[in-house]
Ligand binder design. Structure first.
Ligand SMILES: NC(=O)c1ccc[n+]([C@@H]2O[C@H](COP(=O)([O-])OP(=O)(O)OC[C@H]3O[C@@H](n4cnc5c(N)ncnc54)[C@H](OP(=O)(O)O)[C@@H]3O)[C@@H](O)[C@H]2O)c1
Length: 300
């Protein structure tokens, strides 16, 4: 713990986003604690015991069941974490009067849209993961009035398996790779998302709680997975991360069988959070370059 006025509890601190949030809190010198599998979010008593005697002002819930395809076969487990776990976390936040930031996903939408989804658009998830995340959001809103639901999309970062990591590894190994060109979304650097969470925590709150609610956060712009992969390749070559050539070819989702159906279009409109916090957000290709430039790929 570092000295400061607020105690923030990062739940799921060892995951891709949770790690970035913990590091960002450390850097901002905001007092924080963390838990992961050691405090099972589906176990209300364990959550209560961990919170006992601690002055918790904020809870940031990054813990979730995130294996989108496996969820189709493990729907009960996925629901237990993403719905019951979210409910337990929200109940505790409500009981101790903490502000809750609960992280959610673009997969709550069906992907039939043709313009970036706003917070007012209807959810209509198409798979187990998205359904449980949507139901988890409802539990949070029901059980904690001081809550933010932050939906993000296509997260990548240093501390977990993700698309950027997978693409660079494949490009290192293979001379040709195929990437789907009929799924479009907004890639988001987990580090940028963590900074957003810090800004939210630092922002003074109005006593009437008018800031609480659902928000979208992603890097600016939208791109297909195929064009995202091409940009990863281009930047990795320019930065000397990739020393060999690789050809990237487009393919259709139906030629790339996966258990869960992904939304074909899941770009998020982040106007609401930009206005609420008065911030600028980097475009996805700018953040990608920063991510790749700061040496995240030395060990590949
Ligand atoms: N990754 C994306 O592209 C993406 C996009 C949009 C939104 N999101 C959302 O962003 C959030 C963070 O995602 P992420 O990619 O950082 O996920 P992640 O890397 O899978 O991290 C989740 C963490 O929660 C832990 N956990 C699992 N079950 C738990 C339990 N019962 N109690 C306590 N902790 C538990 C996991 O441990 P184990 O790993 O050991 O199971 C892991 O450390 C999630 O809410 C996700 O839905 C992710």
């Amino acid at each position: 713990m570092k000295g400061g006025a607020r105690v923030v509890w990062v739940i799921g601190e060892k995951g891709m986003l949770g790690t970035e949030v913990s590091l960002a809190l450390e850097k901002a010198e905001i007092e924080h604690i963390g838990s992961d599998l050691d405090v099972d979010i589906t176990n209300g008593a364990a959550l209560n015991a961990f919170a006992e005697g601690k002055a918790i002002k904020w809870m940031v819930n990054c813990a979730a069941y995130t294996a989108v395809d496996r969820a189709e076969d493990e729907s009960e487990l996925c629901r237990r974490l993403n719905v019951d776990g979210a409910a337990e976390v929200a109940k505790l936040a409500g009981r101790v009067g903490a502000r809750l930031i609960h992280v959610s996903t673009d997969y709550v939408f069906d992907g039939n849209g043709r313009r970036p989804y706003t917070e007012d658009d209807e959810t209509n998830p198409t798979g187990v993961y998205g359904r449980t995340k949507r139901d988890g959001e409802l539990e949070v809103l029901k059980n904690c009035k001081n809550s933010y639901i932050l939906r993000s999309s296509w997260l990548y970062g240093k501390y977990g398996n993700n698309f950027v990591h997978t693409m660079i590894k494949l490009m290192q190994k293979q001379d040709i790779i195929s990437v789907v060109n009929d799924q479009q979304g907004s890639p988001t650097w987990a580090h940028d998302f963590a900074q957003l969470i810090i800004m939210l925590i630092k922002k003074e709150h109005k006593s009437d709680g008018t800031l609480y609610g659902i928000y979208h956060f992603c890097n600016g712009g939208g791109v297909s997975r195929y064009d995202f992969a091409k940009e990863i390749y281009k930047q990795s070559r320019e930065l000397g991360i990739l020393t060999k050539e690789c050809t990237i070819t487009p393919c259709a989702t139906e030629g790339y069988p996966a258990k869960a159906r992904r939304p074909a279009y899941s770009c998020l409109d982040h106007t609401k959070i930009k206005t609420a916090l008065n911030i600028k957000v980097s475009d996805w290709n700018v953040s990608l370059r920063t991510f790749l430039s700061i040496g995240n790929y030395n060990n590949i």
